[in-house]
Design a protein around this ligand. Structure first.
Ligand code: TPP
Ligand code: MG
Length: 334
């Protein structure tokens, strides 16, 4: 299954997005949706013995941004990294194996769901300490600037990352040194159970970035075309050595903060708020926009192909061996 970004070349030519590009965006978002639904459906069977933070509802941000990147560009992510990993082309077999703690996992079964990486695809690291991947992404961009590699780095993070001091140090440093990095903030309105309005003063998050001298853009993170266009501008600025951009994308997580379930019944958010966002589903929204350009028959075979790819990846993970216990002290500081 070719899951490499296909739109970077189109960007270079400045051509508009055609039906086939939109269908490819749809296929990539649907793939992420189906992978995560498979994780949710089978989580209770006990083979995936690590916490899972699902991105269901947030697929357009991952795909819209990663589609503007070349394979050699770099992505850093957080605890909620499945969509970013897949959108950047991370290997699906190795993802399921990692979540099942198997030696064939993308980091040898040592990290689980929150640590997905695939260096061959430019998926550099996923780190669940809130905000901690941002300075690493900035350091990586500094190295790329110094070596004139031409690579651009994206740091994905959530709205809560802005509450950590290291976000501000990183933004200041990246702006001062005009580093080729894009800060992508997926604002899903919550940090676990606490809404943004109880955690931060009422001011646009873009103003926080601007106060650090960063260029800032804001858009609907559930609209993949809007996300793609904004991300393309940010990436181009970075490539043209004009410095970093803070790209704020509004979105919403559908499931519980951590785990496979819905949790609108436990009181920290209203079912009505969830329903409002549900109708703004990024996957269904794009499907409606594509209309007849994607025939029912083609969609059926696309979905069947994705489901069989996912089943094969789950089977691969199930039957793969566990890590050798004698390797337990490798790759750790002692
Ligand atoms: C420094 C730090 N503090 C607290 C936590 C516990 N924690 C894990 S995820 C999370 C919420 C993060 O919210 P946000 O950054 O908005 O991302 P989202 O989960 O909404 O995608 C928190 C507080 C942590 N991992 N790291
Ligand atoms: Mg959040």
């Amino acid at each position: 299954m070719n899951s490499q970004p296909t739109s970077a070349a189109r960007l270079a030519r400045g051509a508009p997005l055609g039906d086939e590009h939109l269908i490819e965006f749809y296929r990539k978002m649907l793939r992420i949706r189906l992978v995560e639904e498979a994780i949710a459906d089978h989580y209770g069977e006990g083979e995936m013995r690590c916490p899972v933070h699902l991105s269901i509802g947030q697929e357009a941000a991952a795909v819209g941004v990663c589609e503007t990147l070349a394979l050699t560009d770099k992505v850093y992510s957080t605890h909620r990294c499945h969509a970013h990993y897949l959108a950047k082309g991370g290997d699906l077999n190795r993802m399921f194996a990692e979540i099942c703690g198997k030696a064939a996992g993308c980091i040898g079964g040592r990290g689980g769901s929150m640590h997905l990486m695939d260096h061959d695809k430019g998926m550099m690291a996923s780190i669940p300490i809130v905000s901690s991947s941002i300075p690493i992404a900035v350091g990586s961009a500094l190295a790329d600037k110094r070596t004139r590699s031409g690579k651009v780095t994206v740091a994905f993070f959530g709205d809560a990352a802005i509450e950590e001091g290291v976000f501000h140090e990183s933004a200041n440093f990246a702006a001062l040194h005009k580093l080729p990095v894009v800060f992508v903030c997926e604002n899903n309105l919550y940090s676990v159970y606490t809404p943004l309005r109880l955690r931060q003063p009422d001011r646009p998050l873009t103003e926080v970035a601007r106060a650090h001298g960063m260029h800032a853009l804001h858009g609907n993170g559930n609209d993949i075309e809007e996300t793609f266009d904004l991300a393309a501008k940010a990436i181009q600025r970075a490539r043209d050595e004009q410095g970093p951009t803070f790209l704020l994308l509004d979105t919403y997580r559908w499931r519980e903060h951590c785990g496979p379930n819905f949790d609108n019944n436990i009181g920290y958010r209203d079912e009505s708020e969830f329903k409002e966002w549900e109708v703004r589903c990024p996957v269904r929204g794009l499907r409606a926009r594509i209309g007849d350009a994607l025939t029912a028959e083609r969609e059926r075979s696309m979905t069947a192909e994705l489901n069989s790819e996912i089943e094969a990846a789950r089977a691969f993970a199930r039957t793969a061996p566990l890590p050798d216990p004698s390797d337990a002290s490798l790759h750790v500081y002692a």
